[in-house]
Design a protein. Structure first.
Ligand SMILES: NC(=O)c1ccc[n+]([C@@H]2O[C@H](COP(=O)([O-])OP(=O)(O)OC[C@H]3O[C@@H](n4cnc5c(N)ncnc54)[C@H](OP(=O)(O)O)[C@@H]3O)[C@@H](O)[C@H]2O)c1
Length: 304
């Protein structure tokens, strides 16, 4: 079936905005629900994008959003979802956003007769992963892939690009702090450019071989967190001494940050960083896409 109308849930965020621009330029008609229309103001001028203020957690609202759609892309994700109560595998925020919402999306799609679902999870998500974030993402994947729909899952490593909240955070911190005490300095990442993630998702719409598949999505090179932070300091012109914290101090810093408004870091993030956020050998991007090096892009947005 030819896909023309797409419900893009979570389309106002960092990845979603890139994807919306790309799909709109390719002529797809996009319906973009958001909790706050203000969040989508950069996307309002796009000719084929319809922004709707809506609560996607309400099954009746979700059903309404599905009308006349040929496919659904779900990008909704959070990094801070609270801690699970006794016996729970993750906090209620993670449950609501990463598991229950996909269940509601699948149910609404089946009722509406929409069959194609693209879903973004996270690299190293797994049922036995050390963090609630990764365990809940794994459960969301299972919901999607076990739905019987024509589903494709994407599992990116950390994503970089203009407006990212990862490299930009370390650029901002080095601008204001004389030294940087860094938790988990040896944590490993294989950052992937936002344009490459958007391309992978967009291309899969026309690739029947992607049905039922789950793709790890990574950049061309692995780095430690310390290497990334030092690189960002050098490129942004605010290179500071980076003091790598021991494991115990990293945990304590993550715990202390839970009391600081803004959700910069939590113990759950510390647990996520205990698994290398890198692809297994040989894998990088689907559909023979060539991954963009960090160094080819980061300078353009970190130098201000
Ligand atoms: N960025 C990364 O480095 C990275 C790495 C691996 C995986 N991922 C995954 O990729 C996806 C996109 O990430 P991103 O960086 O683009 O995220 P983002 O910038 O934080 O955007 C998140 C999107 O989800 C929506 N959203 C957030 N919480 C919601 C809630 N409780 N209910 C309904 N909608 C909610 C937001 O919509 P409104 O605020 O407009 O309502 C926004 O459109 C996520 O699933 C994330 O877990 C990201």
């Amino acid at each position: 079936m030819k896909i023309r109308n797409i419900l893009l849930i979570g389309g106002t965020g960092f990845l979603g905005s890139q994807l919306a621009c790309r799909l709109s330029a390719e002529g797809f008609r996009l319906r973009l629900p958001t909790r706050r229309r203000e969040r989508a103001k950069r996307l309002l001028p796009l000719p084929t994008v319809e922004v709707i203020e809506a609560d996607v957690h309400d099954p009746r609202v979700l059903s309404g959003l599905m009308e006349d759609q040929d496919a659904v892309i779900n990008l909704v994700g959070i990094l801070q979802g609270g801690r699970g109560q006794r016996g729970e595998r993750y906090g209620s925020g993670f449950a609501r956003t990463h598991v229950i919402l996909p269940q509601k999306i699948v149910a609404a799609m089946k009722t509406a007769g929409v069959t194609r679902l693209l879903h973004v999870s996270a690299l190293q998500a797994g049922p036995d992963a050390p963090s609630g974030y990764l365990r809940s993402k794994a459960e969301g994947e299972a919901v999607v892939l076990g739905s019987g729909l024509e589903a494709t899952v994407f599992r990116p490593s950390v994503i970089f690009g203009e407006g990212d909240s990862f490299l930009n955070l370390f650029a901002r911190l080095q601008k204001i702090a004389p030294i940087l005490p860094l938790a988990c300095p040896g944590a490993r990442f294989q950052p992937v450019w936002v344009g490459d993630v958007a391309a992978s998702i967009a291309l899969s719409l026309a690739r029947p071989e992607s049905l039922g598949q789950s793709y790890d999505v990574c950049g061309p090179r692995q780095y430690t967190l310390r290497e990334l932070v030092s690189y960002v300091g050098a490129v942004s012109g605010h290179s500071r001494p980076v003091i790598g914290l021991s494991d115990t101090l990293s945990y304590l810093q993550a715990w202390a940050m839970e009391f600081v408004p803004g959700g910069l870091m939590s113990r759950d993030n510390y647990y996520s960083m205990q698994v290398p956020n890198v692809c297994t050998e040989g894998c990088s991007l689907p559909f023979s896409l060539v991954p963009t090096p960090l160094e080819a892009v980061a300078e353009s947005y970190l130098t201000s």
